[in-house]
Design a protein around this ligand. Structure first.
Ligand code: SAM
Length: 261
């Protein structure tokens, strides 16, 4: 549950994700992270399309979940992340089952200093941009790293449903009736407490409006190719009943953006 605004800078983000890394990696390895594995992850893979042979930069790659999805489909993947502990998990997975992924430590907002212009055909950001202190800087740096016509395919928590105030109203039996959201226009960092799984950790992320997100992308020189609000299939909900909420309310937003010439 989100609570009060807080200072948010690179040191905070790095420390948060270093501390969260073991639990985060475990949730993926054990299948607890169902929304990722059965909802937004496959939807983002689909939106990327055929990635064979593409030079791909996965920004905020964390433990390498999306980098590995892309490498398994034939992309030539570089992953970059701020958190050395998240990256240590990514390197461990790479060592155990090599896919030729190159992992680098760094701030995405400065990645234009790490790569020559137009180094990549495709950039991906799987639930990472909102965790970055300088989102506008990240869009600009990724734009610089992409070739003209290259794409950025990104996912974020849906800005219209993941608001600073967000709570399911329940009836007497505990059944969810409706999602109460408020303070949509309260922009800025929010601290999230990850207590839904068996772990207990917290990280910060920025809340911004839908208009902000698209405005930042356009200001950096991207155009919008596609927008997706993935929802789980009936089969997925039967298999994972906890996904039922996301068949009522859009939990995630995916954007397919293209760098202008
Ligand atoms: C929610 S995790 C997502 C990780 C991965 N993409 C995934 O889907 O599992 C967000 C990641 O963004 C990284 N991050 C936050 N700010 C960053 C920055 N400025 N530059 C690079 N990575 C950053 C964090 O270290 C963390 O690994």
């Amino acid at each position: 549950m989100p609570d009060a605004p807080l200072p948010f800078d690179l040191n905070t983000a790095r420390a948060d994700w270093d501390a969260a890394a073991d639990a985060y990696a475990d949730a993926q390895a054990t299948g607890l992270d169902v929304y990722r594995l059965a909802l937004f992850g496959p939807a983002q893979v689909t939106l990327c399309g055929d990635v064979r042979g593409l030079r791909l930069l996965d920004v905020g790659c964390g433990t390498g979940y999306f980098a590995r999805e892309m490498a398994q489909r034939g992309a030539l993947v570089t992953g970059i992340d701020l958190s050395p502990v998240m990256l240590a998990h990514a390197e461990r997975l790479e060592a155990a089952a090599p896919l030729g992924i190159r992992y680098l430590t760094g701030d995405v907002a400065r990645c234009h200093e790490q790569f020559p212009p137009a180094s990549f055909d495709l950039a991906t950001a799987c639930l990472s941009l909102q965790d970055m202190p300088d989102i506008m800087g990240a869009f600009a740096a990724v734009q610089h790293a992409l070739r003209p016509g290259g794409r950025l395919v990104m996912s974020i928590a849906h800005p219209c449903s993941d608001t600073p105030f967000r709570r399911w109203a329940k009836d007497a039996s505990g059944t969810k009736q409706w999602l109460c959201i408020d303070r949509y226009f309260d922009r800025g960092p929010i601290r999230y407490h990850w207590k839904g799984w068996k772990y207990d950790f917290s990280t910060a992320a920025q809340h911004a409006t839908l208009e902000d997100w698209l405005g930042w992308a356009f200001a950096a020189g991207f155009t919008l190719r596609a927008l997706r609000e993935p929802l789980p299939s009936e089969v997925a909900v039967l298999t994972h009943p906890e996904l039922a909420d996301a068949a009522r309310i859009p939990y995630f937003l995916l954007l397919d953006l293209m760098r202008g010439g």
